[in-house]
Design a protein around this ligand. Structure first.
Ligand SMILES: [Zn+2]
Length: 105
């Protein structure tokens, strides 16, 4: 039985999903805990603050290194107008000034 370690706790759901996707793209298996509370609800609550990311102990260091390498406060977004990547803190595209699009399910 492999030991599991909590990598991140208390993150918001959107960020947790972003990190999970990035880590899994690097071959690191990530378990997202807290999400089960949502059940089959289609719309994700924005105030979900009890999300934890768990990884196996053997992959913990690699996972931490990946997160440290991201060097971002939150998930970045891509401008639909010019396809430039923008930091999460940018309210407008740094390149063309367009607003980020909000996906409506
Ligand atoms: Zn742009």
């Amino acid at each position: 039985m492999e030991e599991r370690k909590c990598l991140v706790a208390g993150g918001n759901l959107l960020q947790a999903h972003t990190w999970k996707g990035l880590l899994e793209a690097c071959g690191i298996r990530v378990e997202l805990r807290g999400e089960a509370l949502l059940g089959g609800v289609g719309e994700l609550p924005t105030d979900m603050q009890n999300v934890e990311l768990w990884v196996s102990e053997s992959e913990l260091r690699a996972a931490q290194a990946q997160l440290a390498g991201l060097d971002v406060e939150g998930p970045r977004w891509q401008c639909l107008q010019c396809h430039e990547m923008n930091e999460a803190s940018f309210e407008l595209c740094w390149h063309c000034g367009a607003e980020p699009s909000q996906s409506h399910g």
